[in-house]
Write a protein that binds this ligand. Structure first.
Ligand code: AMP
Ligand code: MG
Length: 267
């Protein structure tokens, strides 16, 4: 199992000290892009087996600052899978109904059943990120959530779910360029909201909140990975490699054919 960019439990994460630039970590972009295509193909092949086997479950979580690349990663890494066996769940502002329940209620509804890969675009972690920074709830409510999330993820792992959590690490300068692109290119306008500027103003508060998430909630059963994401090609390479290695380790198998199938001839 790859330990590339994994946050070991007990590590105190300082994001400013972690490289966001893939160029500094991989000197051969062309080679990385070729390898990425191989990992992506392998992921697609293994996903077919996972679905056919109908026993194991994989949960992939993406979190990032705005414009960090959650959508783009999902599109790139899962291109080629059978859509029947993969579900992407985006967590938006909770509805009235969701808010009437505990914060993990809507999350538990969305976890993968046997045979499935579920991709979370945002997740339970919003409840200790945006909720904290925007002071939607008092500290006495959100602080116990780190432990509650750890216990919840332990429960999922104990009941057969493999969990991978990716923080897409970009710099504030990179976010600036991506926001500007969303403003300048008409086809990207829909991705930008003026609210994004407000959140950008709280960059340091979000960074601090993310550091707590990464430091407190990277566990053996549900590790966090901090992926240098200023370059999409490096990000795609690293994430596809980690997902591929995890699926290889899960080693899904096609189920045994029904007995006597080798003698069946269709006329
Ligand atoms: P987007 O992913 O750009 O479509 O935006 C979804 C928005 O929903 C983001 O601003 C999130 O911070 C927000 N959001 C997601 N989960 C929660 C939550 N539990 N509480 C409050 N806001 C949330
Ligand atoms: Mg948005």
């Amino acid at each position: 199992m790859s330990t590339l960019h994994r946050v070991d439990p007990g590590t105190h994460v300082h994001l400013k000290e972690i490289e966001a630039d893939g160029k500094k970590l991989h000197d051969d972009r062309d080679a990385a892009e070729e390898e990425f295509k191989k990992y992506r193909k392998k992921i697609a092949d293994l996903q077919v087996r996972l679905y056919a086997e109908d026993q194991q479950k994989l949960l992939v979580v993406f979190q990032a600052m705005d414009a960090g690349g959650k959508d783009g990663t999902t599109r790139a890494v899962f291109e080629g899978v059978n859509p029947q066996g993969v579900r992407v769940v985006s967590f938006k502002q909770p509805s009235h109904r969701e808010l009437a329940h505990d914060f993990l209620w809507r999350i538990h509804w969305a976890v993968p059943p046997k045979g499935m890969i579920h991709v979370f675009n945002r997740s339970q972690y919003e409840d200790v990120l945006v909720v904290r920074v925007e002071e939607l709830l008092p500290k006495k409510v959100w602080e116990p959530r780190f432990e509650q999330i750890n216990q919840f993820e332990k429960f999922l792992a104990d009941t057969g779910t493999r969990i991978l959590k990716f923080y897409l690490h970009i710099t504030k300068d990179e976010q600036k360029e991506r926001f500007q692109e969303r403003i300048d290119i008409p086809e990207k306008n829909w991705k930008f909201s003026k609210q994004d500027i407000v959140k950008r103003g709280d960059w340091d508060e979000y960074r601090h909140a993310y550091e707590d998430v990464l430091s407190k909630c990277s566990t053996k059963h549900a590790p966090w990975f901090v992926i240098p994401s200023n370059q999409n090609w490096y990000r795609n390479w690293a994430i596809s490699k980690i997902i591929c290695k995890t699926l290889e380790d899960m080693d899904p198998q096609f189920p045994e054919p029904e007995s006597g199938l080798d003698k069946v001839v269709i006329d």
